[in-house]
Design a protein around this ligand. Structure first.
Ligand code: PDD
Length: 278
């Protein structure tokens, strides 16, 4: 007899709610997106949908109509009535008994949540401390997949050490990105960040940061840096959809410059804000 046990309750496996058999739970077999709104307007919706489509294709989840996803996002956003919203959504390959090989006819599962975007005013004003952690992730970090255990472990380690973000270091000793953010350093009038390869996520916020930097007449250097380089930077910051740009004032316990958010980072925050208001 095929059985399942949920908590302490035994039931026939066939009568188990398919939600328990989601391949997203068994294998992290799915992809996701996070976007937000500013002042009642969704920000960079098309960029997020495009990346989502790319992630789906990369893991061979087929048959998803992106215009349906766009409609769902817009419908949830309208219904929630949140001016500054954070929207999370994912698609998993579907639900089935656990088997590494998937059946071709599975129905993908869609989940979306919408809630107020975090208020990052205090972090923007004071800056944050970050701690390094080995980058234990797989080799396709360009896919926004649900496999986030390595990110979660790094972020929790940072939290335990009093840091607001973990900065991931690859086997060559180079910084890849944050556990859930892109990472940037400012040297003089140039900003430096890792190039877009399969070892980092093509961050949407990164695109707008580079645009803001160009608008400010700054140089862009897409080249990885070491923790030692980071410690000697004039300024550091992270970038992520939910909070846009957050100054980093301490790196592995070492204050950056005078230990306060720097003028270039502040100018980029202002430059970024211009993209978010009509
Ligand atoms: N994280 N790098 C990683 C590993 C990320 O998880 C994220 C975003 C970013 C920044 O990407 P974007 O600018 O597109 O938000 C970079 C999301 C918000 C999360 O997992 O919650």
């Amino acid at each position: 007899m095929d059985l399942a046990m949920v908590g302490d309750r035994i039931i026939p496996l066939d009568s188990l709610d398919p939600v328990y058999l989601d391949r997203g739970v068994f294998f992290g077999d799915g992809v996701y997106e996070v976007l937000r709104s500013y002042g009642g307007r969704l920000f960079a919706l098309e960029e997020h949908l495009k990346r989502f489509e790319r992630s789906l294709a990369a893991v061979y989840i087929t048959g998803i109509d992106i215009s349906t996803i766009r409609d769902r996002v817009m419908r949830a956003f309208e219904q929630a009535q949140l001016a500054d919203a954070k929207i999370y959504f994912h698609i998993t390959r579907g639900s089935d008994r656990r088997n590494h090989v998937w059946k071709p006819d599975l129905t993908p599962n869609f989940l979306l949540t919408i809630s107020p975007a975090p208020d990052s005013t205090a972090e923007k004003a004071a800056g944050i401390a970050v701690c390094t952690h080995p980058d234990w992730r797989w080799k396709r970090c360009d896919i926004k997949s649900l496999n986030l255990l390595a990110n979660v472990l790094a972020r929790q380690d940072a939290e335990n050490r009093g840091c607001s973000e973990a900065i991931l270091i690859d086997e060559a000793g180079m910084i890849t990105e944050g556990s859930s953010s892109a990472f940037f350093a400012v040297f003089g009038r140039s900003i430096r960040t890792a190039p877009l390869t399969s070892n980092i996520l093509p961050s949407i916020t990164r695109q707008f940061v580079l645009k803001a930097a160009t608008n400010l007449g700054m140089g862009l250097i897409e080249q990885s840096l070491t923790p030692q380089d980071a410690k000697t930077a004039d300024e550091l910051f992270i970038a992520v959809t939910t909070k846009d740009i957050i100054p980093v004032v301490k790196f592995d316990g070492k204050p950056i410059a005078d230990g306060k958010p720097g003028p270039i980072t502040k100018a980029l925050i202002d430059g970024f804000r211009k993209f978010t208001i009509p």
